[in-house]
Design a protein around this ligand. Structure first.
Ligand code: THU
Length: 135
């Protein structure tokens, strides 16, 4: 499988080297494309309490927001892990990605191959979002 945004996948592969994963030893890299062309990366950052671990996807999103990018300005995210089956975002990350990015393509890759390109709407059907808060 190919995906046109090779720089995005390359950025997710590169940042994976920064993963802090002393408990799982499972390194993940993510790269988020802003519509102005910028790329924001994230890696997983684990914590001894386990539950406070931050996934690579959420780190990329909060970095982007903290740098002044706004929700719905993102066009794609790439996620890289070294697995036979492509690693899709966890449930918590799907909720965050939906709220900040909407129905973007999610590119699942390994260090050597792009394995799948999935739509957020397929990964998180019938999502809860802010619209429900205003009814
Ligand atoms: N992890 C991610 O960073 N993203 C995913 O999509 C799946 C899981 C991390 C969390 C934890 O540090 C490790 O992978 C094992 O679950």
């Amino acid at each position: 499988m190919t995906f046109a945004d090779v720089d995005l996948v390359a950025a997710a592969r590169a940042v994976r080297a920064h993963a802090w994963a002393p408990f799982s030893h499972f390194a993940v890299g993510a790269a988020l494309r802003h519509r102005d062309g910028r790329i924001v990366t994230g890696c997983n950052v684990e914590n001894a309490t386990y539950g406070l671990t931050l996934c690579a996807e959420r780190v990329a999103v909060v970095k982007a927001i903290s740098e002044g990018m706004r929700p719905d300005e993102f066009t794609a995210i790439a996620v890289v892990a070294d697995t036979d089956e492509p690693t899709p975002p966890c449930g918590a990350c799907r909720q965050i990605l939906w709220e900040f990015c909407g129905n973007i393509p999610v590119v699942l890759a390994t260090p050597t191959e792009v394995r799948a390109v999935l739509a957020m709407a397929d990964l998180l059907p019938r999502p809860f979002d802010a619209r429900f808060l205003s009814t």
